[in-house]
Design a protein around this ligand. Structure first.
Ligand code: BG6
Length: 519
């Protein structure tokens, strides 16, 4: 190592001495550290976490001695574990496979067999981690990723405390990463937070909402606050309403254990969609420091209220069998593992208002669903009509409302819709769109959300992780809807796979003369 090179064990990460440290464009490389994954046999770990770790290594963003430890109740050797990671990487990694990167990464693999209530296993984990500090130079800095059901949080947190794994010593750090669901209502979220907070200080807790790791979501802030064009019209004087949609074409086969009894509102609206609302509606932070950013988000969530009456302003549905993309698919009740009488909603929509001067009276419609017409996530800001149209009415029959649409995924980009003259001798005006696409505007491919978020955990950069208060506030917004639905006699309305949800969703907007977009 050249003299002057500094490896920091704090949040700053590796600092390249040849570059100006104030230049924020420099790649940030994590300092010496290790990551332990609980729930290493799960889907998330194989499809997202392991590939993201390889992609980070491939991009040179992990420290040289980085260590990855798997913990699970499997009779595996470290080599068996390595094989599992290898298969996950070959199948799901974003960047090309490079043998030398893999070999270097694999040297840092360890596996500890055990169950969560097994004291010995956690003691073995503790000595593995200590050993890594010695042989890999991980410097006592370790993150624990709980990719496990929340019911297992208490026991794992207790074990981490008992075995001394959570103890932070001097400059060394210990962090915990938690995956949603953060509870199933306000009460359970508070209980969960209390358990985690007992063991880790709040600044060592990283709650993952992977939508915040998406480039297009971060771009909402860039578009809004780096330009002069949009902000002056980003308010109730000009905006008619906002539609935030996360539609998926996949069904829930194989996910009954997690999803049955949970449903679309808890799975997606409580976290991803309310976070998208917060990014869309928040005031400009004085800086992008994590405290400033989070405090603006909290203010918006505090001002966000449900619009009632709930029967009219929300909708829920459950998909039934049908044709989707040329394939005959099953309904939820026929999916493996689901209760044939399941009342779990696979489509949910709610209406909110943000009670601030900027947004008073502007409805925010949030919807999500499985087995819908196509996979698309977008934030659509729909503007009011021009107060006066100096044209013959027939000339503007095909003129809709102006719209600014952030295409979160797929086909990442932004669309603006406005009226334009149709070529010809008449002054006829029709809607046209102007597109910005990431694919054509930039040469670099966007990193996966989990790459960004895992790196941020290792760097100790908390901006993109919701705090306790955001999670609890989001439950407070949603709880009355879920309680109302649970108390209702009727279950969710059926909708055929491949459609855009139940009829009640259309009615919910029609009552104010609006319609959902068909992206
Ligand atoms: C998860 C939900 O948080 O997000 C899943 O639990 C959903 O139900 C997934 O399928 C969608 O993520 P993405 O990144 O594919 O939009």
């Amino acid at each position: 190592m050249t003299s002057g090179t500094k490896i920091s064990s704090g949040s700053a990460g590796y600092v390249n001495p040849l570059r100006d440290p104030r230049d924020k464009r420099l790649p940030r490389i994590a300092g010496p550290c290790g990551l332990v994954i609980f729930g290493v046999t799960g889907d998330l770990s194989r499809k997202k976490l392991m590939p993201a770790i390889y992609d980070l290594a491939n991009r040179g963003l992990l420290p040289p001695g980085f260590a990855l430890t798997g913990f699970a109740r499997r009779d595996w050797s470290t080599d068996d574990f390595g094989q599992i990671v290898y298969e996950a990487v070959r199948q799901h990694a974003r960047t090309p496979f490079r043998q030398e990167v893999w070999d270097r990464l694999a040297e840092g693999f360890r596996f500890v067999e055990g169950s969560f209530d097994d004291d010995d296993a956690f003691d073995r984990l503790e000595s593995t981690v200590r050993d890594l500090d010695r042989v890999r130079g991980t410097g006592g800095n370790h993150a624990f990723y709980l990719s496990i059901p929340p019911s297992a949080f208490p026991v794992v947190c207790k074990q981490l405390a008992r075995s001394g794994l959570s103890a932070q010593d001097g400059e060394q750090w210990r962090r915990v990463v938690i995956e949603k669901p953060f509870g199933h209502d306000l009460q359970s979220a508070r209980e969960l937070n209390a358990i985690v907070d007992d063991v880790f200080p709040e600044d060592s807790v990283f709650r993952i909402d992977h939508y915040l790791g998406k480039e297009t979501v971060q771009n909402v802030l860039a578009m809004r606050f780096a330009n002069q064009l949009f902000e002056p019209i980003w308010n109730s004087h000009y905006v008619d309403h906002v539609q935030i949609t996360m539609a998926e074409d996949i069904g829930l086969g194989g996910r009954a254990g997690y999803y049955d009894g949970i449903g679309a509102a808890r799975d997606v609206i409580q976290n991803h969609l309310l976070q998208l609302l917060a990014f869309t509606a928040m005031e400009e932070p004085t800086s992008f420091s994590s405290d400033e950013l989070r405090s603006e988000k909290i203010k918006v969530l505090n001002a966000t209220k449900l619009v009632g009456p709930i029967d009219e302003t929300t909708a829920r549905g459950q998909y039934t069998g049908g044709w989707q993309g040329g394939q005959l698919v099953r309904g939820l009740k026929e999916e493996e593992g689901f209760d044939p009488n399941s009342r779990t909603e696979t489509f949910a929509a709610i209406t909110c208002e943000v009670e601030t001067r900027r947004w008073a009276g502007v409805p925010f419609y949030l919807r999500t669903g499985k087995r819908l017409g196509r996979r698309v996530t977008e934030i659509a800001v729909i503007f009011k009509r021009a107060p006066h149209l100096p044209f013959d009415q027939t000339m503007t029959e095909e003129l809709g409302q102006n719209a600014f649409v952030v295409r979160v995924q797929p086909d990442e980009g932004v669309t603006m819709r406005f009226g334009s003259k149709v070529p010809g001798s008449q002054m006829e005006v029709r809607d046209v769109t102007m597109d910005f696409g990431y694919g054509t505007a930039f040469t670099e491919a966007s990193p996966e959300a989990y790459e960004r978020l895992i790196l941020d955990v290792l760097l100790g950069e908390p901006s993109l992780f919701p705090v306790n208060e955001e999670v609890e506030r989001s439950w407070e917004i949603l709880d009355p809807v879920i309680e109302h639905w649970q108390a209702a006699e009727e279950g969710p309305a059926p909708y055929p796979a491949g459609s855009w949800g139940p009829e009640s969703a259309e009615k919910m907007l029609a009552r104010t003369g609006r319609t959902w977009r068909r992206p």
